[in-house]
Design a binder for this molecule. Structure first.
Ligand SMILES: Nc1ncnc2c1ncn2[C@@H]1O[C@H](COP(=O)(O)OP(=O)(O)OP(=O)(O)O)[C@@H](O)[C@H]1O
Length: 295
């Protein structure tokens, strides 16, 4: 379990990147959602013992962040801007990381690297230098280095950025398998990345936790706030653009999915079931529904 108590972080010349964050993260996949600048990467770097908080504390399986070496040995981390040495081959790079992670036995290291290369679908490129890899291939190498050594906690910062749809699905399945009996903390601003496979989610906005719970809690945030309206171009022009989730052409104008506390002013409007993404957008735009506390 990861226990986070009143963590705050302020960078020099910046507003609070994290503002009194308290969360309990349990075994399984945990999705950390939030818009750009919400504080996701900052929270992850703090939990990986790479940045110190300004105030507050956290423990990872009972070990406080102040025991940084122990924390780092327990955690696999894929940063948002992952870089590997360009002159090494994929295998050489993983071998180097494996040695750093304390896998001393060369045979064991090689065996683990072979399995990982296959899991991230890099086995055919493993002998080539990293400088020749595409962005998606580098990302997959980053995922492999984070999984190396089977850490008890895996922290992956926007891991699917730059992956094609097929690799995205492969990666999601890999993480789900890996999360059995471990904590996998995955940050994203793409709701589809956390659909189905996350047991727990937390939503950050402007450094604060605005929801901690399960996927249904997020979907509930959209209840009574999602509308489908057939609009003329003139009606559409009067809408707040931020309230429109999607539009498609329809007879006599546009069919729009709209988020708002009240239905849009239009003749042809009906309420619709919120999707998970609607719930997320409604939460960011209109806040928690009345009486909701998350868990
Ligand atoms: N090294 C830094 N120095 C100063 N300010 C920083 C630094 N790193 C992050 N910030 C600021 O802290 C806030 C949170 O940034 P952070 O990168 O943690 O957000 P994020 O949710 O990961 O965003 P994104 O989804 O865009 O990656 C932002 O306002 C950002 O500008």
């Amino acid at each position: 379990m990861i226990q986070i108590d009143h963590l705050s972080k302020k960078y020099l010349w910046s507003r609070w990147a994290l503002d009194d964050v308290s969360l309990t993260l349990r075994e399984g996949m945990v999705g950390l959602l939030g818009p750009n600048g919400a504080g996701k990467s900052t929270l992850m770097r703090i939990l990986a013992a790479l940045t110190a908080p300004t105030s507050g504390k956290a423990t990872v399986f009972g070990i406080p962040l102040t025991r940084a070496e122990e924390i780092r040995r327990m955690i696999g981390y894929l940063p948002q801007q992952f870089q590997a040495y360009p002159g090494l081959t994929g295998t050489e790079y993983l071998d180097y990381v494996g040695a750093l992670k304390g896998i001393k036995d060369k045979k064991r290291r090689n065996a683990e690297i072979d399995v990982l290369l296959e899991q991230v679908n890099l086995q055919d490129q493993a002998g080539k230098r990293v400088r020749t890899y595409s962005g998606g291939m580098k990302r997959r190498l980053g995922i492999a280095q984070a999984l190396l050594g089977s850490p008890r906690v895996l922290i992956v910062d926007e891991p699917t950025a730059g992956l094609d749809p097929e690799e995205r699905v492969r990666f999601r399945n890999l993480l789900t398998r890996f999360s059995l009996g471990r904590i996998v903390l995955l940050s994203t601003h793409i709701v589809a990345d956390i659909e189905r496979n996350c047991r727990q989610i937390a939503v950050l906005n402007q450094g604060k936790v605005c929801l901690s719970g399960v996927l249904d809690d997020l979907q509930e945030c959209g209840r009574g706030k999602v509308w489908e309206a057939r609009l003329s171009e003139r009606e559409f022009a009067r809408l707040d653009p931020l309230s429109v989730v999607s539009t498609r052409p329809a007879a006599g104008g546009l069919l729009c999915r709209i988020i708002g506390e009240a239905p849009p002013a239009a003749a042809d409007v009906s309420p619709v079931q919120p999707s998970l993404e609607d719930g997320y957008l409604a939460l960011l735009r209109t806040g928690l529904p009345e009486g909701a506390a998350g868990r």
